[in-house]
Ligand binder design. Structure first.
Ligand code: ATP
Length: 138
């Protein structure tokens, strides 16, 4: 089985009316948080900073200390089973302007409940739920 590791961010903006979360539409159809493969020699946070910049153009991000989590799943790639683990950090930005790369089809900023509905996979929904349960969503 192939082992794959990525790191990503539950990226949000904060307004007086509450938080909105960034979701990306992946070419295979699903909606998920920004993330990408960890390159050799990178720390997880370095991966996140690089991927957020590459995939959204956003460079002002601030990690929320105390929140780090992980999801895992399996998928088939060229007939081979891949076990993938993705580390996630919670991070805030003040930038709403997103400049997508060729790696995604679309993006959206959504409030908690709408983001929960838009996320394709249960693992990602549960991750966002854990953000709320940790007291970070209010
Ligand atoms: P990365 O953003 O880490 O570079 P990627 O764009 O190469 O990743 P994934 O988003 O991991 O790829 O998607 C690879 C496959 O896994 C797709 O078929 C996708 O539908 C599936 N997949 C993605 N996220 C999940 C999940 N949370 N649970 C189950 N399957 C998933």
């Amino acid at each position: 089985m192939i082992e794959e590791r990525s790191a990503g961010a539950i990226l949000y903006q904060e307004f007086p009316s509450g938080k909105i979360y960034l979701l990306l539409n992946y070419p295979s159809g699903h909606w998920d948080f920004v993330k990408g493969n960890i390159e050799k020699g990178e720390t997880l946070k370095q991966t996140v900073l690089r991927e957020v910049k590459e995939e959204t153009g956003i460079s002002d991000i601030k990690f929320v200390s105390g929140f780090e989590d992980k999801i895992e799943y399996h998928y088939q790639r060229n007939g081979e089973l891949v076990h993938k683990q993705v580390a996630f950090f919670l991070a805030r930005t003040n930038t709403s302007d997103v400049k997508l790369s060729h790696e995604h089809l679309n993006f959206t900023w959504l409030r908690f409940n709408d983001a929960m509905q838009k996320l394709t996979y249960k693992t990602a929904q549960n991750l966002l739920k854990r953000v709320k349960d940790s007291g970070f969503e209010s």
